[in-house]
Design a protein around this ligand. Structure first.
Ligand SMILES: Nc1ncnc2c1ncn2[C@@H]1O[C@H](COP(=O)(O)OP(=O)(O)O)[C@@H](O)[C@H]1O
Ligand SMILES: [Mg+2]
Length: 391
C-alpha cells in the first residue's frame, strides 16, 4: 500500500512518518515537484517568465500574487492543461512536461468547483472512479470514506443546489481527493466563501493535508490565506517569483519593497548604506541621519541607497521619551487615530513631514484613551525589528 492509498490517515510508512519539517533547508533532500526554467508565452505575451522552483513532499505550498501575475498558468502547467513554451517540470523525479493530465499523479480543484448540478453529492464524488470503471463495491466504500473525511455523510443525497458555499467546496475537495493523487492542486480554493467560513475552511484544509500527507499546491491572491495555510509561499509578480520563504520569513524579512508591501502595512524610510558585513548591515536614515544596524539577506555596498521598513505593530508610541537600549527613536504628532477595540491605529506625522503608521494593542482598557489628536509623541522600535529593502 502506498501513501496515497492510505486515505484514512491511519499508520503511514516510516519514510513518510518522520520527514524533515523543513526539507527546503536540507540540500540533500530530493524535491518532489520541480520547475526548471519554465516559461509560458501566449503569443507575444509572457505569462510565466523563466521560473524555477522546488516543492518538497508533504508541503502545503502557496503561490501568491495579484490577479493576472501567472499563478493559474503555473498551476495549469503542473496539471498538464498547458504546455510550457520552454523548460521542464518534474514530479517525483519523473519528467512530466510532455505527459497529458490523466497520466500525471496530480488532481486539480478548480476555482469554480466544477460540480455537476444534476448529480447528488455522492454521485459527484464517485464520478472520477466511475469513469475509471472501478468495481461498484470499491467505489461505494471509497465514496463513504471521502464523505466521512469532508464531514458530509448526512448530505450524500443532496444536489449541489441544496448546499451552502462551504459544503460545495468540500464536495469539490472530495471529488479531487478520491482519485488519490500524489499532488493536489487548488486554484483559489476558498475565494467563493465568506470571511468566517474561509477562516474555518483554512483550518479544515490544513488538517486534511496533515492527515493525508499529500502535497498541496495552492494558488491564492489572499496573503492572509497564504500565511495561515502554507509551509512556504512563493510571491509572484508579472510572471516571476519575487521571494520564496516560510510565512514568517516573507513577513519578517521581506527582501524588497514589493513583498514588504504585499504582506500588510509597512512604514518605509529612505536610507543610505553605511557598512555591511555578512548579513548585518548599518544604514543611515535620510533626514535624521539615525543609524540602524539590522539583518539583510543580500549583500549591499556602502553608499548605495536603500529603504528601511518597519511594520506598524513593531512601533511603540508614548508621550514620554522611552529609555530603551538599542531602540531607534523619532518624534511626531498624532494626526489621526482609529479605535478598533482590541487595538488602535495611529497616524503620526514625524518632524520631517513623513506619516508613520503605528498599530498598538489596547492591552489595558485605558490604553486607547491615553493619546489624543495633536498629542506630541515619541515613536520607537527595536533596531533589529526593521528590515532593509531594495527597490
Ligand atoms: N490561454 C491564454 N491565452 C492568452 N493569454 C492568457 C491565457 N491564459 C492566461 N493568459 C494571460 O496570462 C496572464 C496570467 O494569467 P493567469 O495565470 O490566469 O493569472 P492569475 O491566475 O495569476 O490571475 C494574464 O494576463 C492572462 O490574461
Ligand atoms: Mg487565476
Amino acid at each position: 500500500m502506498t501513501t496515497q492509498d492510505n486515505l484514512t490517515g491511519a499508520a503511514r510508512p516510516d519514510s513518510v512518518a518522520t520527514p524533515s519539517t523543513t526539507p527546503w533547508t536540507d540540500a540533500g533532500q530530493q524535491p518532489f515537484i520541480e520547475f526548471q526554467s519554465v516559461t509560458k508565452r501566449f503569443g507575444n505575451f509572457t505569462a510565466v517568465d523563466d521560473v524555477s522552483l522546488k516543492i518538497y513532499r508533504g508541503e502545503l505550498f502557496a503561490i501568491l500574487g495579484g490577479s493576472g501575475c501567472g499563478k493559474s498558468t503555473l498551476l495549469r502547467m503542473l496539471a498538464g492543461f498547458e504546455k510550457p513554451s520552454s523548460g521542464r517540470i518534474l514530479i517525483d523525479s519523473v519528467d512530466v512536461t510532455d505527459l497529458p493530465p490523466y497520466e500525471r499523479p496530480v488532481n486539480m480543484m478548480f476555482q469554480s468547483y466544477a460540480v455537476f448540478p444534476h448529480m447528488s453529492v455522492e454521485q459527484n464524488i464517485a464520478y472520477g472512479l466511475k469513469k475509471e470503471k472501478l468495481p461498484k463495491t470499491e467505489i461505494k466504500q471509497r465514496v463513504a470514506e471521502m464523505l466521512e473525511l469532508v464531514q458530509l455523510p448526512e448530505l450524500a443525497k443532496r444536489k449541489p443546489g441544496q448546499l451552502s458555499g462551504g459544503q460545495l467546496q468540500r464536495v469539490a475537495l472530495a471529488r479531487a481527493l478520491i482519485k488519490r493523487p500524489k499532488v493536489l492542486l487548488l486554484d483559489e480554493p476558498l475565494a467563493a466563501l465568506d470571511k468566517k467560513l474561509r477562516e474555518q475552511t483554512q483550518f479544515e484544509l490544513m488538517n486534511l493535508q496533515d492527515q493525508l500527507g499529500i502535497t498541496f499546491v495552492v494558488v491564492t491572491h489572499d496573503q492572509e490565506e497564504a500565511m495561515t495555510l502554507a509551509t512556504r509561499i512563493a510571491v509572484m509578480n508579472a510572471g516571476n517569483f519575487i521571494q520564496t520563504g516560510t510565512p514568517s520569513e516573507v513577513y519578517e524579512f521581506p527582501q524588497n519593497h514589493f513583498v514588504a508591501d504585499f504582506f500588510g502595512s509597512i512604514n518605509i524610510f529612505d536610507a543610505t548604506v553605511v557598512s555591511s558585513t555578512g548579513d548585518q548591515v548599518t544604514v543611515a536614515l535620510e533626514g535624521s541621519g539615525t543609524e540602524i544596524c539590522t539583518r539583510h539577506a543580500l549583500p549591499l555596498s556602502s553608499g548605495s541607497r536603500c529603504m528601511v521598513g518597519v511594520r506598524p505593530e513593531k512601533l511603540l508610541i508614548s508621550k514620554q521619551q522611552p529609555t530603551l537600549e538599542g531602540h531607534t527613536i523619532t518624534r511626531g504628532v498624532v494626526e489621526d487615530l482609529a479605535y478598533y477595540g482590541n487595538r488602535s491605529i495611529y497616524r503620526v506625522r514625524s518632524k520631517n513631514g513623513r506619516v508613520i503608521q503605528v498599530s498598538a494593542q489596547n492591552y489595558q482598557r485605558s490604553a486607547a484613551l491615553l493619546l489624543e489628536w495633536d498629542d506630541e509623541v515619541f515613536l520607537s522600535w527595536e533596531s533589529n525589528c526593521s528590515v532593509v529593502l531594495t527597490e
